[in-house]
Write a protein that binds this ligand. Structure first.
Ligand code: ADP
Ligand code: MG
Ligand code: MG
Length: 868
C-alpha cells in the first residue's frame, strides 16, 4: 500500500484516506494557492498503528523519501544546524474534530539549529528562541505527556504581567532552559534533540491522539465512527512570529452566524498557530489587516473568493503572514448555524453557484427543527437551579403548577404555566396541552413526558433528578435550598435541559409563524420558504399528520399535511366519557353494554365530524381503539383504598372487581387492539358507524379505517366483514386497512394484503416487539450503556433500525404489493418525522410518512432531500 501522499498528489475527494485537512491542503495546492509544501500520512497507516501497535512496514522509508523531496524542494534539511527546515506535524481526521487531537509546530529545532534559524531570519534571535520554547512546550505536553500547566506557569512567572511579545531574546533563551529542566524532571530524560526522532515521535503521538479520552467523547457525541483513525500532515513551517510584519489569522468567507457575505475573521500580529483562538492577546478584526499589510489583505480576499467559487460553499480558513508573504494553512467547508445554512444555500443559488436541487441538500431537517423552536434571549441574566435532559427543545416560561387540573384551570385564565411532575402519565395529557412546557424529575428521553412533548412540539425538560417534587405540597425543592411553590415563575430550556428561577425573556420563532400562514417577514424566512417550495416539488413521498383533534388537524394542514395518517381514538374515551367506558366494562347484559355503546356513538361521531371538516378532501386514517381497557379505569391501588374505607359505593366495588379481572402482567402484549374489538361485541362496530355517519355529513370526507395490532389475516377478516356491512348500511365508502406493528403481520403480509387496502407501519410497536424492548422501561434502564458499548449508535425508537425492523418493513411492503399492486403504504410511528427514517421510507417505496404536526415541515424537507 501507499501510505504517504505529497500535497500535489491528493485532492478533496480523498478525505477517507487523507483526512479533511490533508485532502483540502492538497486541493488548495493544486488550485495554485500559496500552501507551504508538505505531505500526508494516510489514515490507513494510523489504523494499522492503532491495531498492531507498530507502524506498517515500509512507512518509515516512504516518509523518509517524502521528507527528502521536501528538503530538496526547500533547499534546506530538517533541523540542519546552520539553515534548518522546520515542519509541523498535524492531525486531521475525515470529520473535523476541532481541537480534539494534537499538532506540534517547529519540529527540527535544537540548541544548534535555533541559531541557524536566527541567522536565516536576518539575525532575529528573539523569533528563533520564541519558536524553540514553543516546540518544547507543545512537544512536552502532547508527545511526552507532561502537564501543560507546568510550562504555562513558568511562562506566566517570566512574563510577570507583560505580554508574550514583550519578552526579549535573552529571556526566551532562559525560558528554554527552564522548559528543558521541566522535561528532565518530569520524564527523567533530556528533550530529544535529534530532528528526525522528534518527527517520528510526533507522528506516533498524533496517531495516539485519536484515542485520547476527549476525542472518544467527542466522537460519541457527534456520532463519528470510532475506527476511522486520523491522517498526519507534515507541513513546512512558515512563521507568523517574526515580528510586526508577520502574524496569523482565521477567517470565514461569510458570517457563519447569519450567512451575510463580507469579511469575517480575526488577526493577530507577531503570533503563531493557536495564539489567535487561545486568546493570549486581543486579536484585531480582519479588516484592520488592510491598514497593516494591504497587499496580503487584497490577496487574502482574492483567495477567499476563489475558495468560495471552487467549493461553492462557505469556507473557513487558517492563514499566516511571514514578513509580508501570505500562506494558506487550512480550509474546509465551514460549520454554520441553522439560520445561516438556509440563507447561504439560497444566496449561492442567486449567485449562480448551485442549483435549487443542491440548495435543498445543503440544509437538513434537524436544522429546520431548530429554527422552529422559540429560544431564550441569550443575553439575559438568569439563575440556573437545575439541569435535566433536553427532551424536547424550545424555551418556556410560566408559573409552576403541579397537577393537570391546575394547569388547565390557570391556562384557562390566560396564565402561562409549566407543568411540573415527578413523571407524567396519559392522564396528564390535558395539562400538558394547556402548559407552555413540561418539567419532570424522573424519566429519560423516551419517557412519556418526553415523547408526548416532542410530538406536540412542546418544550420539555425531563429527568431533572436534583429536584424533589412534592405534588401533594405543590412545590419542589432544588439544590441550595431553593423552593419553588405553585405560582412561582420558572423558565425551562428544552434545548439544553436547563431550569431557571424567574422569567428569562423568550424570542418567538419567525419560521413557525411563517408555517402558520404569515408572509415571509425577513431574509431567513424567505430562504426557508424557497427551499420548502422546492423540496415539495421534488419529493415523491407524501406527508401526513398524526392528529387526534380538529385543532391539531387544522394546524397540520397549515404546516402542509396532505392528510391524517394516524387519528387515535383513545383520547375520545377520556375525561367525562370515562363514566361511559366504566358502564361498558361493568355491563352484565347485552342490553346494558349496547346502551353504553349507544351513548358513546354520537360523541364519537361529533369528534370525527370536526376532524373531517378540518382536513377537507384529504384522507383521514382513523385507528380503532387500541389500548387495553383498564387504562380507562381507575387505578387499582387508589380504588382499593377507596373501597376499603367506608362510603364506597356498590359501583366502586364492582369496578374494583373489574379492574382486578382486567389486570395484566404485560398490558402491551395483552388484550388490546384488534383483540379488544373481537372480544367486546359492538365496540368496533360502534366506532365504524360513528365514522361512517360523520363522513356522510361532511362533503368530501375521505375516511380510512385502520385496525391495530393485527397479527393474522383471520383477525382482520372478522373485523372487516362487520365493517363492510356497516359502511354499506350507511352508504359511505372507506378504505379498510391495518397497522403492521407485530412481526407476524410483517412476515405474513402477503396473506394480510388479501384483506387490507392499505398498510400503515406502526414502527413504535414494531420496534418494541422486534427487539423485545419495553418502550416505557428500557431507555432509563440501559440505553445509555448500549450507546456506550456501540450496540446501537442511536436509540431504535428515535431512528428506525434499518437492519432489523427495517427488514420487516421491506418484506411486508414487497410481499403485500405482490398480492395487491395498488396497496397503499405509509408509516405512522414516531419515526415518520425522523430525518434518517424518512429517507428509509423513501427508499423502500412507501407512499407517505405520517408524523406529529410540528414535525411535518421537517418530513417535507427530508422527503425532498431523499428524492435528490
Ligand atoms: P487544529 O486542527 O487543532 O486546528 P492545526 O493542525 O490546524 O490544528 O494546527 C494548529 C495551528 O498551527 C493552526 O493555527 C495552524 O494554522 C498552525 N500551523 C499548522 N501548521 C503550520 C505550519 N506549517 N506553519 C505555520 N503554522 C502552522
Ligand atoms: Mg486548524
Ligand atoms: Mg401500536
Amino acid at each position: 500500500a501507499k501510505y504517504v501522499y505529497d500535497f500535489t498528489e491528493g485532492n478533496r475527494n480523498l478525505k477517507d484516506l487523507l483526512g479533511g485537512k490533508g485532502a483540502n491542503l492538497a486541493e488548495m495546492t493544486n488550485l495554485g494557492l500559496p500552501v507551504p509544501p508538505g505531505f500526508t500520512i494516510t489514515t490507513e497507516a494510523c489504523r494499522h498503528y492503532l491495531a498492531q501497535g507498530t507502524v506498517p512496514d515500509g512507512l518509515e522509508d516512504e516518509v523518509a523519501a517524502h521528507l527528502e523531496a521536501l528538503e530538496a524542494g526547500m533547499g534546506r534539511k530538517l533541523g540542519q544546524a546552520d539553515d534548518p527546515l522546520l515542519v509541523s506535524v498535524r492531525s486531521g481526521a475525515k470529520f473535523s474534530m476541532p481541537g480534539m487531537m494534537e499538532t506540534v509546530l517547529n519540529i527540527g529545532l535544537n540548541d544548534e539549529s535555533v541559531r541557524g534559524l536566527a541567522k536565516q531570519a536576518g539575525g532575529n534571535d528573539r523569533f528563533a528562541w520564541d519558536s524553540y520554547r514553543r516546540l518544547i512546550q507543545m512537544f512536552g505536553k502532547t508527545v511526552l505527556g507532561i502537564d501543560g500547566e507546568l510550562f504555562e506557569h513558568a511562562l506566566d512567572a517570566l512574563k510577570d504581567g507583560r505580554q508574550d511579545t514583550d519578552l526579549d531574546a535573552g529571556e526566551l533563551q532562559g525560558l528554554v532552559e527552564t522548559y528543558k529542566g521541566i522535561v528532565r524532571e518530569q520524564t527523567g530524560r533530556d528533550f530529544p534533540s535529534d530532528p528526525r526522532e522528534q518527527m517520528r515521535l510526533a507522528v506516533m503521538a498524533v496517531f495516539d491522539s485519536w484515542n485520547a479520552p476527549r476525542a472518544i467523547l467527542y466522537r460519541r457525541q457527534e456520532r463519528i465512527p470510532a475506527d476511522l483513525g486520523t491522517a498526519v500532515n507534515v507541513v513546512a513551517m512558515v512563521f507568523g512570529n517574526c515580528g510586526p510584519d508577520s502574524g496569523t489569522g482565521v477567517a470565514f468567507t461569510r458570517d457563519p452566524g447569519s450567512g451575510q457575505q463580507g469579511v469575517y475573521g480575526d488577526y493577530l500580529q507577531n503570533a503563531q498557530g493557536e495564539d489567535v483562538v487561545a486568546g493570549i492577546r486581543n486579536t484585531m478584526p480582519l479588516q484592520e489587516l488592510e491598514r497593516i499589510d494591504g497587499r496580503s489583505y487584497a490577496e487574502l480576499l482574492q483567495i477567499m473568493e476563489t475558495l468560495e467559487n471552487h467549493y461553492r460553499d462557505l469556507c473557513d480558513i487558517e492563514f499566516t503572514i511571514e514578513r509580508g508573504k501570505l500562506w494558506m494553512l487550512q480550509t474546509r467547508v465551514g460549520k454554520r448555524t441553522p439560520g445561516a445554512a438556509f440563507r447561504i444555500a439560497t444566496q449561492l443559488v442567486d449567485q449562480g453557484l448551485i442549483t435549487m436541487d443542491e440548495a435543498v441538500t445543503r440544509v437538513t431537517g434537524g436544522q429546520l427543527a431548530q429554527l422552529m423552536f422559540p429560544r431564550f434571549d441569550g443575553g439575559a441574566r438568569k439563575k440556573k437551579i437545575a439541569k435535566g435532559m433536553n427532551a424536547s427543545p424550545g424555551a418556556a416560561v410560566g408559573k409552576a403548577v403541579f397537577s393537570s387540573e391546575r394547569a388547565v384551570e390557570l391556562a384557562g385564565q390566560g396564565e402561562d404555566v409549566i407543568l411540573v411532575r415527578r413523571e407524567t402519565n396519559p392522564d396528564d395529557l390535558s395539562g400538558m396541552i394547556a402548559a407552555r412546557g413540561i418539567l419532570t424529575s424522573r424519566g429519560g428521553k423516551t419517557s412519556h413526558a418526553a415523547v408526548v412533548a416532542r410530538g406536540m412540539g412542546k418544550t420539555c425538560v425531563c429527568g431533572a433528578e436534583e429536584l424533589e417534587v412534592s405534588t401533594s405540597e405543590r412545590r419542589f425543592t432544588a439544590p441550595d435550598g431553593v423552593v419553588v411553590s405553585e405560582g412561582d415563575v420558572i423558565s425551562i430550556d428544552g434545548t439544553t435541559g436547563e431550569v431557571y428561577l424567574g422569567e428569562v425573556p423568550v424570542v418567538a420563532s419567525a419560521v413557525v409563524e411563517y408555517f402558520e400562514g404569515a408572509e415571509p417577514s425577513d431574509g431567513l424566512v424567505t430562504a426557508v420558504d424557497r427551499i420548502m417550495r422546492h423540496a415539495d416539488e421534488v419529493r415523491r413521498l407524501k406527508v401526513r399528520a398524526n392528529a387526534d383533534t380538529p385543532e391539531d388537524a387544522a394546524r397540520a394542514r397549515r404546516f402542509g399535511a396532505q392528510g391524517i395518517g394516524l387519528c387515535r381514538t383513545e383520547h375520545m374515551f377520556l375525561g367525562e366519557r370515562r363514566q361511559l367506558v366504566e358502564d361498558l366494562v361493568l355491563a352484565s347484559t347485552d342490553e346494558e353494554r349496547q346502551a353504553a355503546l349507544d351513548a358513546l356513538e354520537p360523541l364519537q361521531k361529533s369528534d370525527f365530524i370536526g376532524i373531517f371538516q378540518a382536513m377537507g378532501d384529504n384522507p383521514v386514517t382513523i385507528r380503532l381503539i387500541d389500548p387495553p381497557l383498564h387504562e380507562f379505569l381507575p387505578d387499582l391501588v387508589e380504588l382499593s383504598v377507596k373501597v376499603a374505607t367506608e362510603g364506597a359505593s356498590d359501583k366502586d366495588r364492582r369496578l374494583l372487581a373489574a379492574v382486578k379481572r382486567l389486570h395484566e402482567q404485560n398490558p402491551m402484549l395483552g388484550l388490546r387492539g384488534v383483540r379488544l374489538g373481537l372480544v367486546i361485541p359492538g365496540l368496533f362496530a360502534m366506532q365504524v358507524r360513528a365514522i361512517a355517519q360523520a363522513a356522510k355529513e361532511v362533503p368530501g370526507a375521505r375516511p380510512e379505517i385502520m385496525i391495530p395490532l393485527v397479527a393474522a389475516v383471520q383477525e382482520l377478516e372478522a373485523v372487516r366483514e362487520e365493517a363492510v356491512k356497516i359502511l354499506e348500511e350507511v352508504g359511505v365508502a372507506a378504505l379498510i386497512g391495518t397497522m403492521i406493528e407485530v412481526p407476524r403481520a410483517a412476515l405474513t403480509a402477503g396473506q394480510i394484503a388479501e384483506a387490507a387496502e392499505f398498510f400503515s407501519f406502526g414502527t413504535n410497536d414494531l420496534t418494541q416487539m422486534t427487539w423485545g424492548f419495553s418502550r416505557d422501561d428500557v431507555e432509563a434502564a440501559f440505553f445509555s450503556r448500549y450507546l456506550d458499548l456501540g450496540i446501537f449508535g442511536v436509540s431504535p425508537f428515535e431512528t428506525l433500525d434499518r437492519e432489523g425492523v427495517g427488514r420487516l418493513v421491506r418484506i411486508a411492503a414487497e410481499e403485500g404489493r405482490a398480492v395487491r399492486p395498488d396497496l397503499h403504504l405509509g408509516i405512522c410511528g414516531e419515526h415518520g418525522g425522523d430525518p434518517d427514517s424518512v429517507h428509509f421510507c423513501h427508499e423502500v417505496g412507501l407512499d407517505y410518512v405520517s408524523c406529529s404536526p410540528f414535525r411535518i415541515p421537517v418530513a417535507r424537507l427530508e422527503a425532498g432531500r431523499a428524492a435528490l
